[in-house]
Design a protein around this ligand. Structure first.
Ligand SMILES: Cc1ncc(COP(=O)(O)O)c(C=O)c1O
Length: 367
């Protein structure tokens, strides 16, 4: 039986393997493992790629979100608006700084945060809004910019799933005051383990972040503020440098695969994630909303296709958030979508015939 993985972690590694071992050998000859020349190169190149002045390499996407909020001075007594339909880390970052999470519903077509619900949730305590560019789509930013003009909150992009995505010709990573990236090894731009980073145009935030990631040290063993251990290491940065060169090609292939899915699944009871005008999606996953989702998952898995559910439980209904008192019914669109959503394989090394096989199975299931 054919076996198709949701994410292919081996093929991207094989593409860079030869060069990677040479780069690693150079690192191991020096044994300078943190914040060295590989990290500096990646920070320069990724900032340039995103079209901003700075990138700060960090140990994970969760730390990126956490330190982004901290660098903006957000904490106790402040409210942060975020979607509940996201990975739990987006919520955790708000919890980590002691601010109040305020969940906004999503748009039923883009599956990203709904600007009109954000507007309803704004109060005098709102200090930041976190648009999560989910599955590689880009949030509808223009109405959020309009609200920012009136209310003066910060925009913290959660770009963990959207490296290289574009909005009106600008890259994700340049659409807010700060942008948090995960380079976890399954991401469109992934290391071989844990890694993350923040992009920003602000000199002040950049200087603040460099201290926060490294125990507040301005020089060896001289700390001017308590900080964290959240540095990107040289071994991961060397991988990211090699993979960054391939990101655009890989994202183009993801878009080709998405087109095949759309063509072959049209006419079936599958709803696709829509993009706003002038958005370049990078399809971290190709998601569909379907009836009898759980039976379809079982059927596809039985036939060798690994699929995912992102996300079966929205953040506001997670046990981890029980102390905040959210309840079923708070976010109707989010709750409905979480029961219907299904992620199909959409990685750049997937073959056309694999996509055709997956679509033929879905057709069979609904016939
Ligand atoms: C939307 C989103 N935000 C944040 C994160 C956290 O990133 P990391 O796993 O690198 O800590 C992830 C990772 O899965 C994510 O998908």
């Amino acid at each position: 039986m054919k076996k198709i993985k949701l994410v292919d972690l081996i093929s991207p590694y094989l593409e860079i393997k030869e060069e990677l071992f040479k780069e690693w050998e150079k690192i191991f000859q020096k044994m300078w493992l943190f914040l060295g020349e590989n990290v500096q190169k990646f920070e320069r190149d990724f900032a340039e790629y995103c079209g901003v002045k700075y990138c700060v390499g960090l140990s994970s996407g969760t730390e990126a979100l956490h330190l982004a909020l901290r660098a903006l001075g957000i904490g106790k007594g402040d409210e942060v608006i975020l979607p509940s339909f996201t990975f739990i880390a987006t919520f955790e970052a708000v919890w980590m700084v002691g601010a109040e999470p305020v969940f906004a519903d999503i748009e039923e077509d883009t599956l990203c945060i709904s600007p009109s619900d954000v507007e309803k949730k704004i109060t005098s305590k709102t200090k930041a809004v976190i648009p999560v560019h989910l599955f590689g789509n880009v949030c509808d930013m223009e109405p959020i910019y309009e609200l920012k003009k009136i209310h003066g909150f910060y925009i913290v992009e959660d770009s963990a799933q959207a490296h290289g995505a574009e909005y009106r010709g600008k890259k994700v990573g340049s659409l807010g005051d700060v942008s948090a990236f995960s380079f976890y090894y399954t991401k469109n731009l992934g290391a071989l383990g844990e890694a993350g980073g923040i992009t920003t145009d602000s000199d002040e935030i950049y200087e603040n972040l460099k201290l926060l990631r490294n125990h507040g040290q301005i020089s060896s063993y001289a700390s001017i503020n308590p900080g964290f251990n959240a540095r990107l290491d040289e071994i991961q940065a060397a991988i990211l440098n090699l993979k960054l060169k391939k990101l655009d090609r890989w994202n183009t292939r993801r878009r080709e695969i998405a087109e095949i899915y759309r063509r072959l699944l049209s006419g079936l009871p599958c709803q696709f994630q829509k993009t706003k005008e002038d958005v370049k999606h990078v399809y971290h996953y190709f998601v569909i909303r379907v009836p009898e989702r759980d039976k379809l998952v079982e059927f596809l898995r039985k036939n060798g296709v690994d699929v995912g559910i992102h996300y079966p439980i929205p953040c506001h209904l997670q046990k981890a958030a029980e102390n905040y008192g959210f309840k079923e019914g708070d976010l109707p669109v989010t709750e409905k979508v979480s029961k219907e959503i299904l992620s199909l394989p959409c990685h750049p090394h997937l073959k056309d015939e694999d996509v055709e096989y997956i679509c033929s199975l879905i057709k069979k299931f609904y016939s």
